[in-house]
Design a protein around this ligand. Structure first.
Ligand code: 13P
Length: 260
């Protein structure tokens, strides 16, 4: 039985004060009703990380960096290392997000090295993959995803971590566009990712791995998306910036978690 997970990726939004306010709203909302069936992770920008960790301390909410370097330290201006993130109290790190792949030119090999470093350093990576619109249009989505699984995940791990991986399927054309994969498109991609993980790492890993959907998840479409048997929650961008919307999405994951 997989526990649903809903993670917020705040991207380059929220000052430290704003981050505290949002984290508090989420923490109080989660504590105020029984949302314990859902694992919740917040992904603030680096500068607000410590403030968010402090704000949610004592609860069960995880905190994610939005990226990390694969180097432990050194002359890498502007980068943030795994030890820096764990020192600040981070529990997770988002890796291979499409915005980093597209805007910063990150490829699968680098994502794999980061995932390796994160995992070795005690952070749980949330490994993102997904196809651009041209790939979907060309009908080659599944082979693109298979390539990403092989090179971003298989390339990083000789054996799976206990409890499996956390993977986020984020079709690039659905991110921040208001376009959403249909529940059928999402389920097809998720089932395929799970099948690939089974072929590489075995049945137990495939069954334990949480596969999150990301791409314009909103309170009004979350329940339909999360109803897919291979959809274990979401990685939420825009809608995670408003406490009430994010809590509504967590509730939608809770309903689903009862059925898996
Ligand atoms: P949106 O929910 O804003 O489409 O962003 C999705 C995403 O990129 C989460 O990482």
């Amino acid at each position: 039985m997989r526990r649903a997970l809903v993670a917020g990726n705040w991207k380059m939004n929220k000052t430290i004060g704003e981050a505290r306010t949002l984290a508090l709203e989420v923490a109080e909302g989660v504590a105020g009703e029984d949302l314990s069936g859902v694992e919740v992770v917040l992904g603030p920008p680096y500068l607000a990380l410590s403030a968010v960790v402090e704000t949610v301390a004592g609860g069960a909410i995880g905190v994610a960096g939005q990226d990390c370097s694969h180097h432990p330290d050194g002359a890498y201006t502007g980068e943030v290392s795994v030890p820096m993130l764990t020192d600040a109290g981070a529990t997770h790190v988002i890796l291979g997000h499409s915005e980093r792949r597209e805007l910063m030119g990150e490829g699968d090999g680098l994502v794999a090295r980061k995932a390796q470093a994160a995992s070795a350093g005690g952070l749980t990576p949330i490994i993102c993959l997904g196809e651009p619109f041209t790939t979907r249009k060309a009908g080659t989505t599944l082979s693109r995803i298979a390539h990403q699984v092989e090179h971003s995940i298989q390339g990083a791990f000789a054996s799976p971590p206990p409890g499996g991986f956390i993977v986020a399927y984020e079709p690039v054309w659905a991110i921040g566009t208001g376009l959403t994969a249909t529940p059928e498109q999402a389920q097809e991609a998720h089932a395929f990712i799970r099948e690939r993980l089974e072929a590489i790492f075995g049945l137990e890993c495939a069954q334990e791995t949480r596969i999150l959907y990301g791409g314009s998840v909103k309170p009004d479409n979350a329940a339909d998306l999360f109803a897919g048997p291979d959809i274990d929650g979401g990685l939420i961008g825009g809608a995670s910036l408003k406490g009430a919307d994010f809590l509504e999405i967590i509730r939608a994951a809770r309903t689903d978690s009862a059925s898996i």
